[in-house]
Design a protein around this ligand. Structure first.
Ligand code: PRE
Length: 287
């Protein structure tokens, strides 16, 4: 069985991966996302799971940076998974008056750095007096709260982390939007066997030639006149020289299609550099 590195245990990454890949793989948990990437680079695992984008937060920039700058692991699949955030901690000690806010006793919240953007309304309403401290995953926050046993410190994470670390669930589904979803990527040298999917995607990075007016327009028109649909385009710093950018482009088409390779050739012909991050099946959420 193939081994898959995940951020975990008891994280959203684990929930999402078990839902998608079922019992056909061996899961190995790592505490840091850098360790998740490196596990596959070092050959400890065949594949790594990377949360890449969220409905409320947008791209997880740190993870995009790792994918682009630190490793060279092709994308093998993507899928989306619903994310229900929960406030996990200890209730206020009896006898302490909290007025209308039952969470006024919480002075610190531990969670992953993407979480405040996903729970901003709840945090503004009930946790405005609490300091936010970033930890390596939502589950790590719950683990620390369990170790501290202090009602003033709470976490935001999965229901399974609340159960596994024995910390009560104070409030369920505190994310801003009911349909909060995160998109996950499966990356690795070898494509695993997966159910066939009608939807295919290709992700490319395009660096424009310097001082070439209208270069981005030409890149886009290479797709437009072929009626190739782009599902995402984001400019990101090259990290080599201030003011230089590359474009991260998701294309709703396969590299095996007739038109996409010629669009890429056209873009290269105007002097752009193109790096293909992967051409892979895309799965929507099936409960
Ligand atoms: O910390 C976790 O539980 C994770 O799996 C990471 C992560 C992320 O990086 O986006 C995954 C899904 C949610 O959007 C929140 C956090």
């Amino acid at each position: 069985m193939k081994k898959v590195a995940i951020l975990g245990p008891s994280t959203f990454s684990e929930e999402a991966t078990r839902h998608f890949l079922k019992d056909d793989f061996i899961y190995i948990s790592y505490k840091l996302i850098s360790e998740v990437f490196n596990a596959t680079v070092a050959g400890e695992t065949d594949l790594s799971v990377i949360p890449i984008e969220n409905t409320l937060e947008g791209s997880v920039h740190l993870h995009v940076d790792w994918l682009v700058h630190e490793v060279n692991l092709p994308i093998r699949a993507e899928w989306v998974f619903p994310i229900d955030m929960n406030l996990i901690g200890f209730a206020n000690k009896e006898g302490q008056d909290e007025g209308s806010n039952p969470y006024q006793h919480i002075r610190k919240v531990l969670s992953h750095h993407v979480v405040p953007a996903q729970c901003s309304r709840f945090m503004k309403k009930y946790l405005s007096g609490a300091e936010f401290e970033q930890v390596s995953s939502t589950a790590e926050g719950v683990r620390l709260v369990s170790a501290l046993q202090d009602p003033a410190v709470a976490a935001i994470g999965t229901a399974i982390a609340s159960t596994n670390y024995g910390v009560p669930m104070l409030e369920k589904e505190i994310q801003d939007h009911k349909d909060n979803m995160t998109r996950f990527l499966l990356v690795g040298e070898e494509a695993p066997e997966l159910p066939t999917s009608a939807d295919r995607k290709t992700t490319i990075l395009v660096t424009l030639p310097e001082d070439y007016p209208g270069a981005l327009h030409q890149v886009l028109s290479a797709f437009a006149w072929r009626r190739i649909n782009l599902s995402k385009i984001e400019s990101k710093p090259t990290k080599k020289k201030l003011g230089t950018y590359y474009f991260y482009i998701d294309i709703a088409d396969s590299l095996d299609s007739v038109l996409l390779p010629s669009a890429i050739q056209e873009i290269e012909a105007i002097g752009c550099q193109v790096r293909i991050l992967g051409s892979y099946p895309s799965y929507s959420y099936i409960s």
